[in-house]
Design a protein around this ligand. Structure first.
Ligand code: ADP
Length: 159
């Protein structure tokens, strides 16, 4: 059985993340979408809020499990017998950081491979930061996130 983990902030989840998660779920027996909680990072949504949005958007995919984790991804993969780490690639700007992480993880994670899935062309510019920025000015975000997420984002920014 090949188990993969798709880690990320998902702050909030977008159609770009959803596309990667759905495609990865077809490639592996089980996919863990891992909502990471990194104390150094500042998130707009709590880990519980981020997880709830991810769950809602991917609830129809039977082999996806949504989990949260605080700490090194290596620990998570070891504990859950994960063989593959999935990351999405957008523009060349993602490449340098992702390569660094993949090489570092290769040193730390014995036997775990990182697999990159190329973004869909319609989401190549899409990021959670863009969604938050546009929403903070009251702009339209329904083309980038499902309506459930859209309402949560506007609820957050209305405060
Ligand atoms: P992180 O803080 O780990 O970068 P993100 O939630 O920003 O968390 O991204 C998680 C993963 O999803 C990363 O591999 C990122 O490249 C990928 N990703 C984010 N947005 C998109 C998108 N629009 N298309 C494809 N992959 C994406």
């Amino acid at each position: 059985m090949i188990k993969a983990a798709y880690p990320g902030s998902f702050d909030p989840i977008t159609f770009g993340h959803i596309d990667i998660a759905r495609r990865a779920s077809h490639l592996f027996d089980e996919l863990h979408v891992v909502v990471m909680e990194n104390k150094q990072k500042k998130y707009a949504f709590t880990v519980e809020e981020r997880m709830e949005m991810v769950r809602e958007c991917l609830k129809d995919v039977p082999n996806i499990r949504v989990e949260s984790f605080s700490g090194l991804l290596a620990e998570y993969t070891l504990k859950n017998e994960i063989n593959v780490v999935i990351r999405g690639l957008r523009a060349v700007t993602d490449f340098e950081y992702e390569m660094q992480m993949a090489l570092a993880n290769k040193e730390i994670l014995n036997g775990v491979e990182t697999v990159f899935l190329m973004t869909d062309k319609s989401f190549s510019f899409l990021s959670s930061s863009l969604v938050k920025e546009v929403a903070s000015f009251g702009g339209k975000i329904s083309q980038w996130v499902p309506s459930y997420v859209e309402s949560k984002v506007f609820e957050k920014f209305a405060r």
